[in-house]
Ligand binder design. Structure first.
Ligand code: ATP
Length: 650
């Protein structure tokens, strides 16, 4: 209720003030003060329009002015605009004043006039309060703003500090990195320098070593050369001496031969004369007899009949004996394909051999080599030897338990002891053995099949079981679809396949070959155990050198003469003296003979024996041993080179 009323009052005051402003004769401050000072007397406004202002009112004019200004501010939009003011000649428009006076009169006539002023006052108070609060609020806002600015400033300060700290850390870290990089560079540089130094040292050591070796080799070569020259001179001396001796002996022999020839001629003449006389006498007798027969008819008939009957008897007996012997040989004898066998040619020769060997064994001493080795004279790698011994044991047990035998294949380079091992295996397992060679089958032609069957029939007759060893098996049992294989060979192979199709309780088939890949697949299928015989290693070579040194040199002259002894009959009685041949020298020989087979080592030792027999005093010393060793090794290498060249050409 009060508010619209208040609004109305404001407009009234606004109209009054506008009127006063336009009048300009009434000081604005006065009029405002009049309105501001509350209840005022309407009569104080004269009809001329000039209000009568009291001195107090005039005195309060300056202080009232700001209030009026505030009023003007608060009620700024209430100001009434008069675009066409009604003005007097003096420029004053009384209409507004009139309207104000009228309004004031209405107010003063109203019962709520006092209330209106109170309300006005209250409003002013509340506005002042509001202004104060607004000022307070503004102050608070300013304070908050200051606080915010301070916080922002603090934050920025902290941020700046943090950034500065981070920057300094970064700088420190980069500095450290740079230092580390520099350190790493220095280390790398140092390392490469060290490596270079080590390399240089190594190179210098290698150079020194090479120079040392070269010098050593030179010294060795010179020594060898000197020794060779010495040996050549010795040999030459021996040769000259031997030639002189031989010439002397030849001269003696020539003289003796002349005497002998003359004696022989005399003896032959005497013999001839004796025989001529005897023949003459015989012919005289025969002539007398013939004459008697020819002259007497009865005697002639008897003589012719007797001679004819005698010739017929001789012929019949001879042919009959041949047929019967052929039959016996075929039934009981050893097949012609067998080269060597522990069984005799005939059953009765078996019995004879056994009883002879029992006798000789009781008198014989066991040879030291055999006793030491435990595997005859076969030197094999320990693992291979063990395997063969196990096989021998298994084969012996197989026979004892009447189980089927297991067939074997031995393969490896030539001369590595395959045949010897097969023989030993048969002996150790208590079986008989027979050895045939694959190369013997092809020349038999159409007869090969019969011979194979004959061989298996013969083998089956063995009471102990027989190990049939086929050496060079690839010559006979090679792949059947090979072009160069003859029809007879193919049939022989088929016959063997037929005879070995089932597991046998009588025959162990042991095949040996240098080329296992060439065997027919059906043959390979019949094999149960495959054993490789490699070239001997250094230890085995050492044992082989020792074995054959003992066999060919230490025991030479104490046994039956061999081939070499037959050639050199004079020396065969002599024993060879071994001087200074230590194990170290033998080991050196074992090292030098790398790539040698067992056979080659045996032959090398036979050459040493021949060289010793060729020498004057039959002494084997390290020089002679090394000499033979060196030229044999050179010979072996030459052979290998030629073989390699041949292989290259192929
Ligand atoms: N391991 C060995 N131990 C002792 N002597 C050996 C050995 N190997 C070979 N020999 C010597 O070589 C000779 C031939 O050996 P053997 O016949 O057993 O060889 P191989 O392997 O059957 O040869 P190839 O394949 O040529 O038939 C023997 O008589 C023996 O003097």
């Amino acid at each position: 209720m009060a508010k619209p009323y208040t609004m109305g009052l404001s407009s009234v005051f606004a109209a009054a003030s506008a009127a006063a402003a336009s009048a300009s004769i009434l000081p604005q401050a006065n009029s405002n003060a009049a309105f501001a000072d509350g209840p005022f007397d309407i009569n104080s406004i004269s009809s001329s329009g000039s209000p009568q202002s009291s001195p107090a009112q005039l005195q309060s004019q300056p202080s009232a002015q700001p209030a009026a200004a505030a009023d003007k501010e608060t009620s700024g939009n209430v100001r009434v605009r008069n675009d066409n003011p009604r003005t007097s000649s003096s420029g004053f428009d009384p209409e507004a004043l009139e309207r104000g006076a009228k309004a004031l009169r209405e107010i003063s006539s109203s019962s709520n006039a006092k209330k209106t002023f109170e309300l006005k006052k209250q409003e002013e108070t509340s506005q002042a309060e509001l202004a104060e609060r607004a000022a307070e609020f503004k102050a608070m806002q300013a304070q908050a703003e200051t606080e915010r600015q301070r916080v922002i400033y603090d934050e920025q300060k902290k941020l700046t500090q943090h950034q500065a700290q981070t920057k300094s850390q970064m700088a420190r870290y980069e500095d450290e990195l740079a230092r580390k990089r520099m350190q790493a560079c220095q280390n790398e540089h140092q390392r490469s320098r060290n490596q270079e130094l080590v390399k240089l040292q190594e190179e210098s050591a290698i150079r020194q070593e090479q120079a040392r070796r070269a010098t050593e080799e030179q010294i060795q070569a010179q020594l060898r050369q000197t020794e060779r020259e010495k040996a050549d001179i010795e040999r030459e001396t021996i040769r000259v001496r031997a030639m002189a001796e031989a010439e002397g002996r030849a001269h003696e022999a020539k003289l003796a031969e002349e005497v002998n020839r003359r004696m022989l001629i005399d003896r032959a003449n005497a013999e001839r004369e004796k025989w001529v006389a005897a023949i003459n006498t015989t012919f005289d007798h025969i002539g007398g007899g013939l004459r008697a027969i020819l002259t007497d008819q009865n005697k002639l008939v008897v003589a012719v009949g007797g001679v004819t009957a005698l010739a017929a008897g001789v012929y019949t007996t001879r042919e009959g004996a041949r047929v019967i012997w052929g039959y016996v040989d075929r039934i009981l004898g050893q097949p012609s394909l067998i080269r060597e066998s522990s069984r005799g040619k005939y059953p009765w020769s078996d019995m004879l051999t056994r009883s002879m060997s029992t006798l000789s064994r009781s008198g014989d001493k066991v040879s030291p080599s055999k006793a030491g080795n435990g595997f005859g004279n076969v030197i094999l790698h320990p693992s291979l030897q063990k395997r063969i011994q196990q096989l021998a044991g298994a084969t012996a047990n197989t026979k004892a338990h009447q189980a089927p035998f297991r067939n074997m294949l031995f393969y490896g380079p030539p001369g590595t002891g395959k045949t010897m091992a097969a023989r030993e295996l048969a002996t150790k397992s208590g079986l008989d053995y027979a050895l045939m060679t694959g190369g013997d089958v092809a020349p038999l032609g159409a007869q090969a099949v019969t011979k194979i069957h004959q061989l298996f029939d013969w083998a089956k007759n063995s009471k102990r079981g027989l190990l049939l060893f086929i050496d060079e098996a690839d010559a006979f049992l090679c792949e059947r679809n090979k072009n160069y294989m003859s029809e007879a060979q193919r049939s022989a192979l088929n016959a063997l396949l037929f005879r070995t199709g089932d597991q046998s309780k009588d025959i162990v088939l042991a095949l040996a070959t240098n080329r296992p890949g060439d065997l027919d697949s059906a043959v390979a299928d019949r094999i149960d155990e495959v054993l490789e015989f490699p070239l001997p290693g250094e230890d085995e070579r050492f044992k082989l050198v020792k074995l054959y040194l003992d066999k060919y040199i230490a025991q030479a002259g104490s046994r039956k003469p061999g081939v070499i002894q037959n050639i050199l009959k004079k020396q065969q009685q002599k024993k060879i003296d071994i001087k200074g041949l230590t194990d170290d020298i033998l080991r050196e020989a074992a090292t030098k003979t790398e790539g040698f087979s067992g056979r080659e080592i045996a032959k090398l030792m036979a050459s040493v024996q021949a060289a010793v027999y060729g020498s004057e005093n039959c002494v084997l010393d390290p020089t002679l041993f090394r000499e033979v060793m060196d030229y044999k090794v050179a010979e072996h290498q030459q052979r290998r080179k030629l073989a390699a060249a041949d292989a290259g050409q192929v």
